[in-house]
Write a protein of this length. Sequence first.
Length: 162
Amino acid sequence: MRFNVTTTAATALALLLAVSGCSMGASVNSPAAESPVRAAEPAPPASDSQTLENSAETATSPGAYVDYYDGAIGETVGTKVLFFHASWCPKCRALEKDIMANTIPDGVTIFKVDFDNSGSLRQQYGVTLQTTIVYVDDDGGMLTKSVLSDDTSLDALLSAAP
């Protein structure tokens, strides 16, 4: 009996993930399966016992690492961090790897900003080096800024919070 090794391996991986409670999210061969950016899961619906006012005050979204887009800051609830990332930068890649390997705390959204193609955003926040992180308020105002060149870890990013 002959088996297609790729199909058999993919099936075995899918079965293993399903048994462990994980989901592949995309087919093994799709480009989306290779994306390094992790999106937040939707928040569960509020229970009937919560009023809309209470749920707005107490709800926290799962931590997320997502690509930056125009309007992202205003649409996001909680702590917002801009991470100015360059694909050619080894320290940026190290920080991204650590972000992906660890759990982002609930209520924190890290936006991956393309350093090379975001000149106006870099100018707005005075960013001159890749691996810069900027904490912003709900209106996009800068709260604090740090360059994580010495410690490229999620812990260092979170420690830089205002």
